[in-house]
Design a binder for this molecule. Structure first.
Ligand code: GCV
Length: 717
């Protein structure tokens, strides 16, 4: 072979290999527009899709146009400019569309809100329109999704609008690029190189968020650093905001309450002090000169050592309203976190946030929204819904989920979290009688709220596949979908994601979705079955640590939560115990208080139960608990079996990576089971029942395990 041919051949092989690697490393997320492999369907789509006609000059319309071109070219296997199918794809807002097309929507757009969209077949057109440019972009993504998931594109008449205003990621990213509770590499934000070096990944991040309707991002950790509010950093924040803007993604920052002292030279940060108020007013004005559409602040105050208004004898209302006043002229909001508990308060930690906030219902300004974690403790594998959701009808409340898996095995455990999110949204607060679900509180419909919001603590980092584990992309995806519409079904979302990310083969989709759905209960079973909670190791929170009882703050100790003794196990939160149940509506409280009506999944959250207590399946509590732990391990084993059966349907890289992760998950599920059962057995003094595998090591062995460099640990702890 002539030399030049050899060279060409080698070059070609390298190119092909490179593109294969790129296509399968997970970087493209659910937006990998692979050509449709079913040739009949491909031909059908090619015969239906014509040219894209975009109306409007904004950057957002340009992005929508580009997305459609890229998406259609990829999915339909030919340059989109050459498509000659029946329907041209017409995009534009109601105002920019040609008059003859727009006039056919005279009433249509009344059904959507500012971010909603309409996709409608009209003669030889498929029209994607909206009131705003961003609505058009959302519609374009939705249209592409129809092709990605192989649905019909004929006779379309789709209207869709987000049900919640603020759909936001919270990055717990530090300025040194470490990520608190982050398991997918470093922070995406390269502060040192910004604002001059604009990593293309910033745009990819914004685009991915837009594709699922996420419209806000808090760039910095709630354990905050005031430096981000200085001009040196605001310039960098501006660079990011400029990149994100065409994708409808607003930037927010965490505001350190003591910033007026730390970067402002004041002697106090007292929210009622005139100089402090002026300082924040000026600071906010300054921020808006950099970022005219800045979203506002997220604040963690008087919580886990963060400064706040209580340092000055003031309360949350004083602090939040002071910041809200500064932001109001610019339509900015304050997201004020309710994650508070104090070492000086001896009451059950699960009660403290409610006690601090509920008496202030109705006192917060209109542009304050209180951000409440989904459950009353801290993102445990399962928690009952937070009682504040049923108790503050006159206050804007938003929900906070943790997408990153601080308490669910970091990025090595496949846990499909939208199932958890759905469970919380469906919970009934009974605030206005039956049917007063958390979803209705959060979407504002129960109390007619003006600002609504859903936050998710991000699981994103610099790892090539963004989330550390291919399947954890589904949690980012599903978070966005449920933030858009909290009434969606998590199983449908799992299938949709699987189709877009891996394959449309029906059998594959069913098996993968089944595995994802199972994974949610599996993690509860092998870590904290029957309502157990907060029994993880200290600091890094990696692995089991039910024996920990020596930490300086009582409510940091696992023994505080499980209260195992010779009689039984569990935290009595009924009127005979801490009476935390009284924070729920009477119907809910009655259900939790009664041992037989309390759902067994929450049993040990609310009751201290005797080891011999008979569960609904007839087993004693001890046997039932041991069997649950085993069930969790078995479920992971089943997930491994399922995945191994799918080898031929997945590219080698992702197949192997997921396989290795599942092996880790299986090992760690057994570790949790063995360590917890050995520890609790000291109290129950009962044998493990038939069907539960004997532990691999002694309790001492598990107690001595150390992981000084486990990822995600708080730098200061
Ligand atoms: C950002 C838990 C986590 C902390 C986190 C805190 C919070 O305590 O362990 O890392 O801090 O929640 O939500 O503020």
């Amino acid at each position: 072979m002539p030399k030049y041919l050899k060279w060409l051949f080698t070059f070609g092989v390298v190119l092909v290999l490179q593109s294969m690697a790129y296509a399968t490393d997970g970087y493209k997320l659910w937006l990998d527009y692979k050509t449709i492999s079913d040739s009949t369907l491909l031909k059908e789509y090619q015969s239906l899709v014509g040219s894209v006609q975009a109306y409007g000059n904004s950057e957002t319309i340009e992005k929508a146009n580009r997305e459609l071109h890229e998406g259609l070219s990829g999915l339909l296997g030919m340059n989109a400019k050459k498509l000659k199918g029946t329907y041209s794809i017409v995009i534009g807002t109601y105002q920019t569309l040609p008059k003859d097309i727009a006039s056919q929507f005279s009433n249509g757009l009344e059904n959507i809100n500012e971010e909603g969209y309409v996709i409608k077949s009209l003669g030889n057109h498929i029209v994607i329109t909206a009131k705003t440019d961003i609505g058009v972009l959302y519609g374009a993504f939705n249209f592409l999704k129809r092709l990605q998931t192989q649905r019909s594109i004929e006779n379309l008449n789709i209207t869709d609008s987000p049900k919640i205003d603020i759909r936001i990621l919270n990055h717990w990213d530090n300025l040194d690029r470490s990520v608190e509770r982050g398991y997918a590499g470093f922070s995406l934000w390269n502060w040192h190189q910004l604002p001059d070096y604009k990593d293309p990944r910033y745009e990819d991040y914004a685009r991915a968020n837009a594709s699922i309707g996420i419209n806000g991002t808090v760039l910095t950790n709630v354990n905050s650093n005031a430096l981000v509010l200085t001009p040196q950093y605001l310039e960098k924040v501006k660079a990011l905001a400029d990149i994100f803007r065409p994708y409808g993604l607003k930037v927010y920052l965490t505001a350190r309450f003591s910033a007026p002292m730390e970067i402002g030279g004041l002697q106090t940060a007292d929210p009622l002090d005139a100089n402090v108020k002026t300082w924040w007013k000026n600071k906010v004005e300054e921020i808006y000169t950099y970022i005219p559409d800045f979203g506002g602040f997220l604040v963690k105050a008087n919580s886990e050592g963060q400064p706040g208004p209580q340092n000055y004898g003031r309360n949350h209302v004083d602090g939040a309203n002071m910041m809200a006043e500064a932001l109001a002229p610019f339509n900015g909001v304050v997201m004020w976190r309710a994650f508070v508990y104090s070492e000086h308060d001896a009451t059950d930690r699960a009660k403290q946030a409610y006690n601090e906030f509920v008496p202030h219902d109705g006192q917060f300004k209109d542009n304050v929204i209180i951000q409440v974690k989904n459950g009353p403790i801290d993102f445990q594998p399962r928690e009952p819904f937070h009682p504040m959701f049923g108790a503050m009808p006159n206050t804007n409340l938003m929900i906070e989920f943790q997408i990153t898996q601080e308490y669910m095995g970091g990025a090595t455990h496949l846990v499909y979290q939208p199932k958890l999110f759905e469970e919380v949204f469906e919970a009934d607060t009974y605030q206005k009688g039956k049917g007063s679900t958390v979803a209705k509180v959060i979407d504002g419909s129960l109390h007619n709220k003006k600002i609504t919001g859903v936050a998710g603590v991000s699981n994103i980092g610099t790892d090539r596949n963004w989330t550390g584990h291919h399947f954890l992309q589904a949690n980012w995806y599903g978070f966005g979908r449920l933030a858009w519409d909290p009434y969606l079904n998590s199983e449908d979302i799992a299938k949709e994601w699987t189709r877009m990310t891996f394959s449309n083969k029906a059998k594959f989709v069913d098996k993968v979705a089944d595995m994802m759905i199972t994974s949610r209960e599996a993690v509860v079973n092998y870590m904290t079955p029957l309502g157990l909670h907060h029994i993880m190791a200290t600091g890094h929170h990696y692995g089991p640590g039910p024996w920990v009882g020596n930490l300086s703050r009582p409510e940091w100790n696992p023994v505080y939560y499980h209260k195992a003794d010779s009689k039984g196990i569990g935290f009595d939160r009924t009127p005979s115990g801490s009476n935390a149940t009284a924070q729920y509506a009477p119907e809910v409280a009655a259900m939790f208080n009664n041992l037989t009506s309390c759902p067994e999944k929450d049993l040990l959250w609310f009751h201290h139960v005797q080891w011999s207590y008979k569960l609904k399946n007839g087993h004693s509590l001890w046997n039932g608990m041991a069997l649950k732990y085993q069930e969790g391990v078995n479920q992971v084993a089943q997930m491994q079996t399922t995945w191994n059966q799918l080898e031929n349907d997945v590219d080698a890289q992702r197949f192997n990576e997921v396989k290795m992760m599942l092996n880790i998950q299986y090992k760690e599920a057994k570790w949790w089971k063995d360590a917890c059962l050995l520890y609790f057995q000291q109290f129950s003094k009962m044998e493990l029942p038939k069907g539960v595998e004997a532990p691999a090591h002694t309790l001492e062995y598990y107690q001595n395990l150390q992981f000084p460099y486990a990822p995600g640990i708080r730098p200061q702890w």
